[in-house]
Design a protein around this ligand. Structure first.
Ligand SMILES: C[S@@+](CC[C@H](N)C(=O)[O-])C[C@H]1O[C@@H](n2cnc3c(N)ncnc32)[C@H](O)[C@@H]1O
Length: 279
């Protein structure tokens, strides 16, 4: 079990705080217990830190979605997020679903927006979709912690629920490297087009094959400081290698984006975007 914080996704750490989110995201009873323990005040809106940060981009995001003529959307695993309500307030027709009865009851207790449409109900996103012909899906941090089996089932459900040409957005927190590859693999197997998938896989495999210990900063890899007499020297040598691969990656990514850009708006291809956030 992990400690509750407003981000919903935390490192597990020993803590006296009694409110925990389940470590196993397939633990449905755990999710319900977690939301009940959050002492949510029915009828009183709650805004998490993550939601507050996302608000900085909301106007731009809504403009982009409306430009495509999109109206109908789904927030699977919405928990207690304010975003389904916010999107409805911008005129979208929104479905917000979650496995937790407590989260859904809380969402239903809040005042209905004057614009759009808003439907909240309990639903398992590993089963049949609650509706079809969605223009887009906003999966806010409700994917990365699932088992691979559940990810696969959920991915197929999302694919079926979207209209041809629809897009699915997957917000993740601190997901890079192998875990990101797994998410993209699962979505690709379900039939989604993942922008720059080939170049991203190439990049991750190539970096791993160097055997260099690296981390990411400002979207580029840096070699982790080596220890011992020659640690600094070795690090500089490794960094040069990482820099070369990074330049090649940027070129491959641009080329792939140019080649596949048409798929984003051909009205047939369902596209999945896996978005990185830090938290
Ligand atoms: C980390 S929380 C994210 C909640 C919310 N989207 C947010 O960002 O604040 C993951 C959510 O996924 C929900 N969930 C887990 N498994 C699910 C399933 N099979 N079907 C529907 N919801 C599920 C949990 O109840 C929980 O609300």
């Amino acid at each position: 079990m992990e400690r509750f914080n407003s981000n919903c996704i935390t490192e597990s750490e020993p803590c006296d705080d009694p409110v925990y989110m389940p470590r196993d995201w397939d633990d449905h009873t755990g999710w319900d217990r977690y939301y009940r323990a959050c002492s949510l005040q029915k009828g009183e809106p709650f805004l998490s830190i993550t939601d507050i940060f996302a608000l900085f981009h909301i106007e731009e995001t809504i403009k982009r979605l409306k430009e495509r003529g999109w109206k109908k959307c789904w927030f699977p695993g919405c928990g207690i997020s304010s975003f389904p309500r916010l999107y409805a307030a911008y005129g979208f027709h929104v479905w917000g679903t979650d496995i937790s009865q407590a989260a859904v009851e809380y969402q239903q207790s809040l005042p209905a927006p004057t614009e759009g449409e808003l439907h909240f109900f309990v639903h398992d996103f590993r089963c049949d979709p609650p509706e079809t012909e969605f223009d887009f899906i906003e999966n806010q941090r409700a994917f990365q912690g699932l088992s691979r089996l559940s990810m696969g089932k959920a991915a197929r459900c999302y694919f079926q629920s979207l209209k041809p040409g629809g897009h699915a957005y997957f917000d993740t927190i601190n997901v890079r490297g192998r875990p990101k590859t797994t998410i993209e693999e699962v979505l690709s197997e379900a039939g989604f087009h993942i922008p720059c998938y080939r170049s991203d896989c190439w990049y991750r495999d190539t970096l791993d094959s160097t055997g260099i210990e690296y981390a990411f900063g400002w979207n580029a890899p840096y070699a982790v400081e080596g220890s011992g007499l020659f640690g600094g020297l070795r690090r500089r040598f490794q960094q040069k290698k990482l820099d070369r691969y990074h330049v090649e990656y940027c070129m491959r990514q641009q080329r792939e984006a140019d080649e596949t850009e048409a798929l984003w708006s051909d009205g047939k291809t369902r596209v999945a975007h896996v978005l990185y956030n830090t938290g």
